[in-house]
Design a protein around this ligand. Structure first.
Ligand SMILES: NC(=O)c1ccc[n+]([C@@H]2O[C@H](COP(=O)([O-])OP(=O)(O)OC[C@H]3O[C@@H](n4cnc5c(N)ncnc54)[C@H](OP(=O)(O)O)[C@@H]3O)[C@@H](O)[C@H]2O)c1
Length: 335
């Protein structure tokens, strides 16, 4: 089978290679998926660049990729949830990876039947951004009907999903994007689109119950300025929170460095009696099954920026790294 493998830390053009490998064999509790489509996420290039080395290191060579959809073509001993021929989608873990390949073996706990009304491309676009949204808004922020949320970068892969999902939770949704994207982002259901090149988020004042921070840096700090007292910031780009530092700061020096990074954020949170969560998304087939239900009810639809042939992954990475994608970038494999 063909697979995109990272051979060292560095840029896609230098370090990502299309190689021919033996098909992986599913072990107990695992399924093998013949991949039909796989989507890119910023974590793919961050892992490749070595940006996340302190949190999760790669052992080379390694097939990259988190998100895919396809057809189950083999099941391991003791696997009973899926049968050969099932149309599925999955989000791999930081340990399994392997979505950018013609065949991918994953624990069946990471897999769910794909939404019946989507094709492989639409299904592959969803898993990581869907799980990130659920694990931020539901599992951590415990979002409630009627609360007001600010979703940063509403036009990105994460934002386009999060806007639609937040509306399903009954939230009042405000989001940021550049003015060129404002109309179609509004059409995803946002109650207010803030064009960051014309209007400042800070001018909204402290009105949000929840901020979903996907931009990090000064945007993480600004989140507390616009948060109501007692609100919550769920971040996928800011400094590590205490739990993340405990989990990933393997050596005491690294843990201390992480705490130091988070000091300013915690000071801002304490001033507001607010909560701050910084988390990494975890694989979860049961949550993907729930998402499939919402998609089948047409409450949420995929937003696709562009589709590239499998062997054009380097061009797909260029698009991702541009930071201008409008929704998700997907690789398509031959039938
Ligand atoms: N659990 C996790 O740790 C986790 C999970 C998912 C995502 N993330 C992180 O979240 C970030 C976003 O992910 P993504 O998939 O949405 O990325 P993406 O699809 O590459 O985001 C691109 C979008 O960001 C928008 N954008 C860029 N700068 C902006 C700004 N200052 N204000 C508002 N919008 C801005 C761009 O819109 P314009 O062209 O209009 O500027 C573009 O549409 C990444 O850093 C990713 O690594 C982390």
């Amino acid at each position: 089978m063909r697979a995109w493998q990272a051979i060292a830390y560095g840029s896609p053009v230098d370090c990502l290679k299309l190689r021919t490998l033996p098909r992986p064999i599913p072990g107990p509790g695992e399924v093998r998926v013949r991949v039909r489509a796989a989507s890119l996420n910023p974590i793919d290039y961050k892992l490749l660049h070595g940006d996340l080395r302190r949190l999760t290191s790669l052992r080379f060579p390694v097939t990259l990729g988190f998100d895919a959809s396809g057809i189950v073509d083999a099941v391991g001993a003791g696997s009973s949830r899926f049968a050969v021929g099932d149309n599925v989608y999955f989000r791999a873990s930081r340990d399994t990876l392997g979505a950018f390949a013609e065949f991918s073996v994953q624990p069946e706990a990471f897999v769910a039947l794909r939404p019946a009304n989507l094709d492989a491309i639409g299904a592959a676009s969803l898993p990581l951004v869907a799980l990130t949204t659920v694990q931020g808004l539901v599992d951590r922020a415990h979002a409630e009907h009627g609360q007001r949320i600010l979703i940063q970068a509403g036009s990105g892969g994460l934002g386009t999903f999060a806007i639609q999902y937040a509306k399903q939770l009954g939230l009042i949704v405000e989001t940021t994007t550049s003015s060129g994207n404002a109309d179609w982002v509004g059409a995803l259901g946002a109650d207010r689109v803030i064009s960051y090149d014309r209007e400042s988020v800070a001018a909204r004042g402290p009105i949000y119950d929840i901020v979903l921070d996907s931009l990090g840096g000064e945007h993480t700090m600004q989140a507390f300025d616009v948060l109501k007292p007692g609100g919550v910031v769920v971040s996928v780009a800011g400094p590590p929170d205490r739990e993340m530092a405990r989990k990933f700061g393997r050596i005491p020096v690294a843990r201390l460095a992480m705490w130091a990074m988070a000091r300013k954020v915690y000071a801002a949170a304490n001033k507001k009696h607010a909560r701050y969560f910084r988390y990494l998304t975890e694989s979860n087939g049961a949550q993907l099954a729930n998402i499939a239900g919402l998609v089948e009810l047409k409450r949420i639809h995929p937003v696709i920026d562009s589709v590239f042939e499998f062997d054009q992954a380097l061009a797909a990475f260029d698009r991702l790294i541009s930071g201008r994608a409008k929704g998700k970038i997907v690789l398509k494999l031959a039938d």
